[in-house]
Design a protein around this ligand. Sequence first.
Ligand code: ZN
Length: 259
Amino acid sequence: MYLSTVKSGIKVFKWLRATLHSCLPDSLCYLCQQPAAAQVCRTCEHDCLYFNYPVVPANLLQWPPIKKGLTRGYYSSVYACGYYQWPLNQLVKQFKTGHPQLAQTLAEWFVRYAWSSEAPLPGCILPVPTSAWRFARRRYHQTLLLANAIGQKLSVPVYTDWASRGSLQRKQQLLGRQARLNNLTQAYTLSETSLPSRVAILDDVVTTGATAATLSKMLKAANPDIQIDLWAIAITPSKPDSAALVPGSIRKLRMKLPN
Ligand SMILES: [Zn+2]
């Protein structure tokens, strides 16, 4: 009885907190809650840690600590803003739990801190598909929103129906590495959409790279000559390396990026 009262109290508190936050105007920074002209204020953006270019190559697949931690796939490059840690993880979590408007800020950060203008642009962006169950729960497809926002900034089209995702046959946590990959392969279905010769798979966060490995393998099997890039907002490090990161203010200075 006591436990159920506490549980319903927590539910009400979470609902109130989410409702209050969704009512906040964008003039309050999502991270420090101070008045700001953007969704995230300049101070928070500049304090956030991004990959330390050029110490870390823009193509993160050329950086052994990242490469070692990822499941091998048919993607030839990886671009991301930084490790999946505070405050990037906080922003991504908020984006995925009721704040789809953050796609704009995350897309801006991707273009500003992850993308290299020297890299070849893909012919299209392929957002990682979501399952019907997740879509019904979240009520938006977060990687599609991100893809649209990034695509608009880089003038790259987004292919929405290139693949679909069913439910996983078995829980991933209970399976070994190879069984996990087989399980993922069964979850995705490629459509017959014809694709350009270079594509970018986009995910919000890359953890083991198993999803990208699976999808890239399927793409390669259907289109043997295709070049595949992997784009993400953040990467979960297998072994975090503090030398790999630098505050946004310094990185921006080095890159001489526009405001
Ligand atoms: Zn702030």
